[in-house]
Design a protein around this ligand. Structure first.
Ligand code: SAT
Ligand code: MN
Length: 586
């Protein structure tokens, strides 16, 4: 008898009518075949195989270079279940719209059946997905980003317990591009894009949008968070998870070379983008990284900002939309050194100064996590690693101090729910516009965000010692428009302060928004930063925050009655604290 997977593959091939079907096993030989095919048809450009062995460049269609949030839909029976922050279509309507686009979309093409595990192979928390795609680039990328192939099929057996994702490049016309999710039936349909989060369905579509729905139903959390371990001089490692929007430095933070290494503080990488967190039997929060690779932003990456990824991504790496030097090496803005003659732009054209960026601002590397020199030896622990701190943050030129600590879990949830950040090139649309992005999940929460806040609140009550919740802002600017904080490896100083707070060692000043480090509680030795700059970095302007709290109130109105009372109470309490402190200051 046919298995549920075989039935779905059969049904999908009847619809899309591929020339042939290839079941991916994830083997080396298969990867070589895929690579050779892509080199032959131009999907891959060979990079310098001496300096970048087994590295390839993919140039996507210039109209298809980032996630398209306006074309991304949550398709639930009831519109309210998708909530006011998601685009919604009724499931029947979505299928009626997409079915004709899928009809015959794979004619003359190969259909790849890509089974994958999200999470460590042996973890009870891991889940299985299967992506059907007509893009060899997607199949090869999924091989890096997940445990793809035989291991997944073996784990699945004849079970129906997998998330099916149907993907076709279609004709790449943005007018016929749709990324649709059916969380009630755990199904994904995506057509018309070959790019990253639109097309690698294990990533944002399953590991965040569908998984967040499952997590709410099953009592766990699927979050847009990196996971890192901070080692102290005694060798003890404390794990932290951090939610920042796309292209705000998650990969760089997770892989950082600590500026305090000589004092015994090091950072270990567990994940760079997504965390699945469960409450263990002992009441601790434990995280696994569902992914197996890093899909990071290339521009700005160099030997100073992320030396570890520079080492990791010099082999077995797929580059997307970077530029290429005359000697066949990847190049992007912000890499060390000026562009040399003979540079080829991300569009495959000869590049000259004045042409605009040679690499697309959202150019990416896709690199196996196993190649990271900082990879934690616990990164595949089946039970996950214990989380002691949760960090929220975004790009905020003004307002938010370098770091502050929330009063307790409920206040911390409010801090996450009120996050805002300036937009980046990771999604299409204007860059640098401030928007609300609760928990960095605005584009990724698969259900009503008011219910999501409620789920966060409820989770806190189930933990024995909920992690401390912090907020950071590496991106605060001075009056001259320049960043006040050096960032990158220096960020370890802030992580160390958090660790000291967890251990009850560091001092803080109480402010209406939370606890801010005292000037002396941050370890700043070896860093050339003035007292005034530190003061500015840590300052909390009451009037600015009153205006912020009002804007937050406006944002929350979207959710109507569905917004948990605790969140409204936190918002009012903040307003009270701010008002009291303004009065006291007068
Ligand atoms: O394209 S992705 O969604 O995978 C990258 C990102 O925006 O974080
Ligand atoms: Mn991301």
């Amino acid at each position: 008898m046919a298995t549920p997977l075989e039935n779905w593959v059969e049904e999908s091939s009847r619809l899309t009518k591929p020339a042939k079907i290839v079941w991916c096993d994830g083997s080396e030989a298969e990867n070589e075949r895929l690579t050779a095919d892509m080199l032959r048809d131009g999907t891959f450009v060979e990079l310098n195989q001496k300096t970048f062995p087994n590295c390839h460049l993919h140039r996507s269609n210039p109209n298809d270079v980032a996630r398209t949030e306006q074309l991304t839909f949550i398709c639930t029976q009831k519109k309210e279940d998708a909530g006011p922050t998601n685009n919604w279509m009724a499931p029947v309507e979505a299928k009626d719209k997409l079915r004709p686009l899928f009809d015959g979309s794979m004619k003359g093409r190969t259909m790849y059946v890509v089974p994958y595990i999200l999470g460590p192979e042996k973890s009870p928390y891991s889940k299985i997905g299967v992506e059907i795609t007509d893009s060899a680039y997607v199949a090869a990328s999924m091989r890096i980003m997940s445990r793809m192939g035989k291991a997944a099929l073996d784990r699945l057996g004849s079970s129906a317990d997998f998330v099916p994702g149907l993907h076709s490049l279609g004709d790449l016309d943005p007018n016929r591009r749709f990324i649709t999710h059916f969380p009630e039936e755990k199904l994904i349909w995506s057509i018309g894009s070959g790019y990253g989060g639109n097309a690698l369905l294990g990533k944002k579509c399953f590991a965040l949008r569908i998984a967040s729905w499952m997590a709410r139903d099953q009592g766990w959390m699927a979050e847009h968070m990196l996971i890192l371990g901070l080692e102290d001089p005694s060798g003890k490692v404390t794990y932290m998870a951090a939610a920042f929007p796309s292209a705000c430095g998650k990969t760089n933070l997770a892989m950082m070379v600590s500026a305090l290494e000589s004092q015994g503080y090091r950072v270990w990488t567990v994940g760079d983008d997504i965390a699945w967190m469960h409450i263990a039997a002992d009441g601790t929060l434990r995280a696994i990284n569902p992914e197996a690779g890093f899909f990071g932003v290339a521009p700005g990456t160099n030997a100073k900002t992320n030396p570890n990824v520079m080492t990791a991504a010099n082999r077995n790496t797929i580059y997307t939309n970077v530029a290429m030097t005359s000697t066949g090496e990847p190049w992007w803005e912000g890499i060390d050194g000026a562009p040399a003659d003979g540079l080829i732009s991300w569009k495959g054209e000869k590049w000259k100064p004045g042409d605009g960026p040679a690499a697309h601002p959202n150019a990416r590397y896709t690199v196996p996590a196993s190649q990271s020199p900082t990879l934690s030896k616990h990164w595949e622990d089946p039970a996950g690693i214990p989380i002691s701190a949760i960090i929220f943050g975004g790009r905020r030129a003004r307002l938010a101090p370098l770091v502050y600590e929330s009063h307790d879990w409920q206040h911390g949830v409010f801090v996450g729910a009120t996050m805002a950040s300036e937009t980046t090139a990771a999604a299409t649309g204007a860059v640098g516009v401030s928007r609300r992005d609760p928990m960095a999940m605005l584009p990724f929460c698969g259900y009503n965000m008011a219910d999501y806040f409620g789920h966060w609140l409820a989770m806190g009550g189930k933990m024995k010692n909920p992690p401390k919740i912090f907020h950071v802002n590496w991106f605060r600017k001075g009056a001259d428009g320049k960043f006040l904080w050096p960032g990158y490896g220096e960020n370890v100083r802030v992580l160390k302060w958090m660790l000291d707070r967890i251990e009850g060692r560091a001092a803080a000043t109480e402010t209406p928004i939370g606890s801010v480090p005292t000037a002396s509680s941050l370890t700043l030795d070896g860093l050339n930063i003035s007292r005034d700059t530190m003061k500015e970095l840590l300052s909390v302007d009451t009037n600015d925050w009153l205006a912020e709290d009002q804007a937050v109130g406006e944002f929350f109105k979207k959710f109507g009655d569905r917004l948990p009372k605790a969140i409204t109470e936190e918002q009012k309490a903040l307003a009270d604290r701010l008002t009291r402190s303004t009065v006291a200051a007068k």
